[in-house]
Design a protein around this ligand. Structure first.
Ligand SMILES: [Zn+2]
Length: 402
């Protein structure tokens, strides 16, 4: 059976996988560039970790992930890629993925053109949710076809609607990528969480450093919305490198240049406050800043266009429902009890605070304890950007429940 499968042309017909990858990277002609490109483009926010390539085929995907620093295990019923992968420092297990139990969890699982071959894809998807580390991602590609296309090994034929319905039972679709050469869906997925929590800290300041250290020690993600002109050294007498280092691993958002109340600035001033600050933060931190938080939660219509144009998401403080994609969160300023919210039937909490204010009031420990309590109560913490993305996928609306 395995030998027959190998004969089928679905497997990219490179005579030499390593040479094909080298050709692809050098921009030379290669038969199936899209099959290489999608592995090349996988870029989870946290960088390379442990990856599992299910149904690795010739092993090209596992090889690319390995070359990008991932610790890769590849699984396939065919033994063919074993030698190639071993030579390149990747692990290989010959197994039927539907009858296999992995030895641990993975930050990334790739499952490219595999589900349509599986007798019971729903059972495999349910299994995969258990194989991912917290925050882990599944990357899938699946051909979209309504009837057999000549490939005798395809057991399922899905339209985009029917495959998304199946995927949505177990996962949230974080992103859909442009289709490859033929009708194929490529999606980045994360398991559906039971309970979600996200943490925002606004304004920045030296008081953030202790919060970063405490959250890092507990492995809790948070999003820090910074006022760009307050990051510089003269403001707090702290070297910028120390500040940049403190936020490493945490999501950074933009909270304007000067903490301007956007209700009172001109349209040009609003653009400078939002977009100018974004550019400054991106330069200082050397990474993309795509989230925005309105100072004092004050939104003004004149300031909306530049924010909408330049940021993926924006949030307020104690404000909700400004527009569908904007301010989808119910939020509260500590020390108020964060309101419970329901996202597609799941409890959600957004905890908002300001490290300077918590410290001034001697409430920093109380704030942290609240987060630990939420975690102990089974809430999974995600950064704001991921929370927004999940909210968007679930209908973009979080309803106050208390
Ligand atoms: Zn603020």
């Amino acid at each position: 059976m395995a030998e027959d499968r190998m004969k089928f042309v679905e497997r990219a017909d490179w005579p030499d996988v390593e040479a094909a990858i080298a050709d692809y990277r050098a921009g030379r002609d290669v038969r199936h560039p899209q099959a290489l490109a999608r592995y090349e483009r996988i870029a989870p926010p946290w960088g390379a970790g442990k990856a599992l390539d299910l149904g690795t085929g010739r092993g090209q995907g596992a090889l690319i992930l390995r070359s990008k620093g991932w610790h890769v295990t590849a699984v396939d019923i065919d033994p063919e890629p074993a030698e190639l992968l071993a030579r390149n420092g990747a692990g290989f297990t010959r197994a039927d993925v539907t009858a296999w139990v992995p030895p641990g969890c993975y930050d990334l699982i790739t499952c490219m053109e595999v589900l349509e071959h599986i007798e019971d894809p729903a059972a495999l998807l349910a299994e995969i949710t258990q194989w991912l580390s917290p925050g882990g991602r599944l990357e899938v590609t699946i051909p979209l076809e309504t009837k057999p296309n000549g490939n005798p090994w395809h057991k399922h034929f899905w339209t985009k609607e029917t495959i998304l319905k199946l995927l949505n039972e177990y996962f949230i679709v974080l992103a859909e990528h442009p289709a490859v050469n033929h009708a194929t869906i490529w999606a980045t997925l994360r398991p559906r969480p039971a309970k979600l929590a996200t943490v925002s800290l606004d304004d920045g300041g030296w008081q953030d450093i202790a919060v970063c250290e405490a959250l890092r020690a507990e492995g809790l993600p948070a999003t820090f919305y910074l006022v760009s002109t307050w990051v510089d050294e003269p403001h707090y007498h702290i070297p910028v490198a120390r500040i940049v280092g403190a936020y490493e691993g945490f999501e950074i958002g933009c909270h304007t240049r000067t903490h301007a109340d956007m209700r009172y600035v001109s349209p040009a001033g609003a653009a400078l406050e939002a977009v100018g600050a974004q550019a400054e933060l991106q330069r200082i931190f050397g990474r993309d800043v795509s989230l925005f938080s309105w100072p004092k939660g004050a939104v003004h219509a004149d300031a909306l266009p530049p924010v909408r144009e330049h940021f993926a998401w924006a949030r307020g403080v104690r404000r909700t429902g400004v527009a569908n994609r904007w301010d989808t969160m119910v939020s509260a300023v500590c020390p108020r009890v964060p309101p419970a919210a329901v996202l597609a039937g799941r409890p959600c909490v957004h905890v908002v605070g300001h490290a300077w204010s918590l410290r001034d009031r001697g409430m920093l420990q109380q704030f942290l304890t609240l987060l630990y309590d939420l975690r102990d109560a089974g809430f999974e913490f995600v950064a704001n950007g991921e929370f927004f993305a999940i909210a968007d996928k679930c209908g973009g609306k979080i309803l106050a429940a208390g």
